[in-house]
Ligand binder design. Structure first.
Ligand SMILES: *Cc1c(COP(=O)(O)O)cnc(C)c1O
Length: 352
């Protein structure tokens, strides 16, 4: 790990104005991801280099998704009836400056030691039989020592009603050397197991990250991706088309494109909702269907994720609807008799 002073000296930036930022939100970058900054510049730089706006932004919330309130025991978020989010690690390969959980960042000791006893979470999960699906996140679960990870996974698998295990990670993207056949072997003992990888930009698809993905895919793990829509990093149709296509080539199926959460100190990354919708509309049918993610906004207060869709229906009338296709052409489509009213109320085009 690189200290911020060393980084600042090397990259010739003045560390002084950024001291209060890294004091509050520690800097974390590893040599691999720093190498990407070297090769690709801005898109990676903005994701990991502290910015004074992080401590100047008066808007947003420390915990925009009310995860603490929705935690029946420490580090376990139970929002939806059938699935829980379990934060099993408190360390990441890099600190993404737009992180939703930056309130939890520590500069302290490595994972495991500083995390509370998993017994509490396991006990809660085993006592709630409606929980079918457990999502491991953090921090990054794939930074745990393989034996520690195996311990957690096997104790989960002992709970009969837990049918699906998912892991959210940025390691294959941000520290791909950590993905080894041994680690994949551990994961493969616990199928059905799904891994969702955080990728934001096509430059992150390197020979190394492709290798990491193929080790996981070869172990029979179904791979998905999560991408955060970030102003000045990936908020364009061209960049995201390239990213989603390259992910599919790496056997990673794009799963979510996420609107930036309302996290304190991240307003400079936020795009208007219309940006995401426009990008989605332009990408539909320009890239392969399986390369298209859902665009979701995670609603404040822990109200859940809502998928947002661009409205391709432009007009309704005279027994017709006018639908815009992927080229932007307006196409007529005949409606059934008496269908108009129902359709109008379904698409609900109103303001309050
Ligand atoms: C995102 C999330 C999930 C998983 O949602 P899916 O739509 O099933 O991927 C579960 N619990 C919490 C608290 C979440 O934030």
């Amino acid at each position: 790990m690189l200290s911020f002073d060393t980084f600042a000296r090397k990259w010739k930036i003045d560390p002084a104005p950024l001291c209060p930022v890294v004091e509050r939100y520690p800097f974390r970058l590893n040599p691999y991801f720093e190498g990407l900054v070297q090769e690709t510049g801005d898109a990676v730089w903005k994701q990991v280099v502290p910015d004074v706006r992080e401590v100047l932004d008066p808007s947003g919330f420390e915990d925009p998704l009310s995860e603490e309130r929705l935690s029946p025991v420490p580090n376990l978020v139970h929002r939806y009836p059938n699935r829980v989010l379990w934060l099993v690690s408190d360390q990441c390969a890099v600190h993404c400056r737009f992180c939703t959980r930056k309130r939890r960042w520590r500069s302290g000791p490595p994972a495991a030691e500083s995390m509370p006893d998993p017994a509490l979470a396991l006990d809660y999960i085993s006592k709630h039989r409606q929980i079918q699906d457990v999502l491991l996140s953090g921090g990054d679960p794939l930074l745990l020592a393989p034996e520690h990870l195996r311990e957690i996974l096997s104790r989960l698998r002992e709970i009969k009603h837990v049918q699906i295990i998912r892991i959210g990670t940025r390691v294959p993207c941000a520290l791909p050397g950590r993905i080894t056949p041994e680690l994949a072997g551990v994961l493969a003992e616990f199928h059905p197991l799904f891994v969702n990888i955080h990728f934001n930009h096509p430059v992150e698809i390197t020979a190394e990250s492709q290798r990491a993905c193929s080790i996981l895919a070869n172990a029979g793990i179904v791979l998905g991706s999560q991408t955060v829509l970030l102003r000045g990093v990936n908020d364009s149709e061209e960049i995201l088309a390239k990213l989603f296509h390259r992910l599919l080539c790496a056997r990673v199926r794009p799963y979510y494109l996420m609107q930036m959460d309302l996290t304190a100190g991240t307003a400079h990354f936020r795009t208007p909702i219309s940006t995401g919708l426009q990008i989605l509309r332009k990408l539909r049918n320009r890239i392969s269907g399986p390369a298209m993610p859902h665009f979701v906004v995670d609603l404040p207060g822990g109200r859940g994720k809502a998928p947002l869709l661009p409205n391709m229906i432009r007009e309704i009338g005279s027994g017709m609807m006018i639908v815009q296709n992927y080229l932007g052409e307006l196409c007529r489509y005949p409606l059934l008799e008496g269908e108009e009213e129902g359709l109008l109320s379904e698409i609900g085009n109103f303001r309050f």
